[in-house]
Design a protein around this ligand. Structure first.
Ligand code: ADE
Ligand code: ZN
Length: 344
């Protein structure tokens, strides 16, 4: 790299970090860095099948979504106590804050933990303590999206919802929504129609992963059957022109995760990513990190990599930051204030 291109990369990074932005698609379990994973394994006397942090990091080479999920669920096994969830969440919040995140909507997968015997109250308590402390210290706001694992049954999702509902009052400032994640292939949105209907009745905001590895029809059924307000990923929507028109007309947000899409081979190369097409066609797209500890970058890294690979202008980067606030579940007065701060 020449000196002048290094200088322009530094200037671009600073511009991106200074942009106030919301992160709307991040799995807290996907922020567990190998160093912390090793430290927690030691604290909890768990033996890992890797000799070192470097050996674990080396294993982060994925062929597809499932090969990633296998490692991701195995990694989450080091999380046992409230303090473990607190430490993981705090580490993410510090990195997000440094990247200019002023609001985060964070997914967590209780079933990954309750299946191992960890109480759902422990999961909530550790994550929420970190979110509240960070809000107090920096003003960064956050919400929680409890996500159901779609490779499990709808009955299991209902049971998880029932076990979480007694905690709703305690976490009413944070737990505002429901998501759907894990293996998309063979687990269409309509498998969860009844539990999502129940969540809607209860007043939760709804999102679902769709059109990551799965077809565009999964995006349509997430919208029509699950009645979600926002689609996580949705990059395969482009295969259906009528769906694209709908996304544009109804301004349905997509939370796109470019580095994730490269690592999971959803796209062959970032230069082939359709994010810029979506943006220029008028879709309400946003940039997010998904599982930053596994995919080689936090939110600002995602913005920077896209700016460089897709030749995004500074105005387009501002639009992406504005979109992230627009697509959030924040009340309209806070959205208005934050949109002004982006423009400034
Ligand atoms: N869980 C964590 N990351 C995910 C992804 N990218 N897709 C589906 N489920 C996930
Ligand atoms: Zn995701």
């Amino acid at each position: 790299m020449s000196i002048s291109s290094a200088c322009s990369t530094i200037a671009l990074s600073k511009f991106i970090q200074a942009l106030p932005k919301a992160e709307l698609h991040v799995h807290i379990e996907g922020t567990l860095e190998p160093e912390l994973l090793f430290a927690l394994a030691q604290r909890n006397k768990i033996t890992l099948p890797y000799s070192s942090v470097q050996a674990l990091r080396k294993a982060y080479a994925f062929d597809d979504l499932q090969s990633f999920l296998d490692l991701y669920y195995a990694g989450a096994a080091v999380l046992l106590t409230e303090n473990d969830f607190y430490d993981m969440t705090m580490a993410y919040l510090h990195r997000a804050h440094a990247d200019g995140v002023i609001h985060a909507e964070i997914m967590f997968d209780p079933q990954t933990h309750t299946e191992r015997g960890v109480a759902i109250a422990t999961v909530f308590a550790g994550i929420a303590r970190a979110l509240r402390e960070m809000r107090k210290a920096t003003g960064m706001s956050s919400y929680l999206l409890l996500s159901f694992l779609r490779h499990l049954s709808e009955a299991a999702a209902f049971a998880t919802l029932e076990s979480a509902l007694p905690l709703r009052d305690t976490y009413q400032d944070l737990w505002i929504g429901i998501g759907l994640d894990s293996a998309e292939d063979g687990n269409p949105p309509e498998k969860f129609t009844r539990v999502f209907a129940r969540c809607k009745e209860l007043g939760f905001r709804l999102v679902a992963h769709a059109g990551e590895e799965g077809p565009a029809s999964y995006v349509t059924s997430a919208l029509d059957q699950l009645r979600v307000e926002r689609i996580d990923h949705g990059v395969r929507s482009e295969e259906d022109p009528a769906l694209m028109q709908r996304l544009i007309q109804q301004q349905i947000p997509l939370t796109v995760c470019p580095l994730s899409n490269v690592k999971l081979k959803v796209v062959t190369d970032l230069s082939q990513h359709n994010l810029a097409h979506f943006l220029r066609a008028g879709v309400l797209v946003t940039i997010n990190s998904d599982d930053p500890a596994y995919f080689g970058g936090y939110i600002a890294d995602n913005y920077l990599a896209c700016a460089q690979a897709l030749n995004l202008s500074n105005d387009e980067l501002v639009t992406l930051a504005r979109n992230s606030i627009q697509a959030s579940f924040l009340p309209s007065d806070r959205k208005y204030t934050l949109l002004h701060s982006v423009q400034a």
